[in-house]
Design a protein around this ligand. Sequence first.
Ligand SMILES: Cc1cc2nc3c(=O)[nH]c(=O)nc-3n(C[C@H](O)[C@H](O)[C@H](O)COP(=O)(O)OP(=O)(O)OC[C@H]3O[C@@H](n4cnc5c(N)ncnc54)[C@H](O)[C@@H]3O)c2cc1C
Length: 505
Amino acid sequence: MQQDQPVTIVIAGGGTAGWMTAAALARFLDRNFRICLVESDDIGTVGVGEATIPQILLYNNALGLDEDAFVRSTQGTFKLGIEFVDWMRPGHRYMHAFGAVGRDVGLITFQHYWLRARRLGLAKALDAYSLNEIAARAGRMHRGGPITGNAIPAMPYAYHFDAGLYAALLRQLAEAGGVDRVEGRIVKVDRHGEDGDVAAIQLASGERITGDLFIDCSGFRGLLIEQELKTGFEDWSHWLPCDRALAVPSERAADFTPYTRASARPAGWQWRIPLQHRTGNGHVYCSDFMSDDEATATLLAGLDGAALAEPRALRFIAGKRRLAWNRNVVAIGLSSGFLEPLESTSIHLIQSAISRLLKLLPGREIREADRVEYNRQTDFEIERIRDFIVLHYYANGRDEPFWQMRRQIAPPDSLHAKIELYRANGHIFRENEELFTEAGWLQVFAGQGVEPAGYHPLADAISKADLTEYLGAIEELYAREASRMPSHVDFIAQHCAAPPRSITA
Ligand SMILES: Cc1cc2nc3c(=O)[nH]c(=O)nc-3n(C[C@H](O)[C@H](O)[C@H](O)COP(=O)(O)OP(=O)(O)OC[C@H]3O[C@@H](n4cnc5c(N)ncnc54)[C@H](O)[C@@H]3O)c2cc1C
């Protein structure tokens, strides 16, 4: 290996993961690195990822993407949270809205005052104390500081977008930044004799691409990390048994709701993601409890516009690769593991993997300590997200066999501890770099009907009159702020309306 040559990073795969990785590496690495991406036109991408969480703004900003141009070119809309319909029981709905719920006072967090006030019959449901939820339900959108000038934090938001168009946009950026794209099917992986690291990938054309570090973005098949290195997979399907999805676009809705909808179904759930040119829909289900034909019929019956294509079938197993970084291969995207898209976390996991890789970027030499730390952080992050998703299933009140079964399966220990802590005195703590905030956990606990026995005793320190005034003031501030916002449809028309285009699935 020549020391004066640039370090070569080879990205295997050009789906959302591959192009997100390529664009970020092109943006942040200097001429001491050479980046090459290999993708095959014959092998499609999953490309269903359409709903995101607010952290994506960090990624887009880091690349210098202009927000309005990005939304326009990806047929995007804005997202203030996720509405869960029929999860606790049929007819019930709640939202996991981004951002704060209520306001903390002094030492203790909002939920303790809310729990006390609810017992006294003085509190409304949580939605009255979330600016994001009030705005989402009213179909409004705003960015930047508060319109009313009151001391209200900015309203966090994410996007819905066409993942295929997003990958195309990132490809342009990556190639402009110097990434070499090679088209071809990878048919063989060569290893170094001495240490077993990957030395090169071979294409069907006979071309051989050598590298120092390989990023496996080949999707579920995990071409390098699994098929070649046999890294192993930790199967979480006993907690998350849904193993199939059907995705179908439908005619665009008259107005685009600024939130994703996840509606429970007899053996899974259905997503609804409004884009400017179409609505994305999908049915995630468990094949032990529902046939593919029934699942298709359920999906199509739940559309709010005409289907624009045949449903596309996808299969998966929930879980993660035992090591996301093994030898000189780092798996990013679906090759590293999969959690169903209930909380729109997959694209975020790609983004955080890229950021972790950049922080621990090896030169020509890979040090074991870096690899261990990368894998430790990766495991922590995905396990906590898994717990959050399992909570939606574990705490449900539905009658169908699938849902009864979900209540009976013991949750992971880390989730069990979190539920017990909340059930005791309403405490929620966010650990280290855990993705979901206290407000997120609170909304899902409350929305799924988990009830605490008590609350922090200091919440009793204020009088009933002060408690009423405190909650009323928050509600009024947020309602007034939301009432001044433009509608989501007008906001898009004003800033980032996309040109009409043909529909892609
Ligand atoms: C049903 C479903 C719904 C989802 N919804 C969301 C969502 O709402 N939000 C979200 O954040 N995420 C969502 N995701 C996840 C999201 O789609 C993925 O995380 C994202 O698309 C990344 O995929 P990928 O790039 O890892 O793999 P893929 O899209 O599968 O790309 C794999 C790439 O590898 C290439 N490749 C494979 N084999 C070879 C070979 N032999 N030679 C050369 N090239 C090869 C392919 O050509 C392709 O370019 C969803 C996933 C599923 C399954």
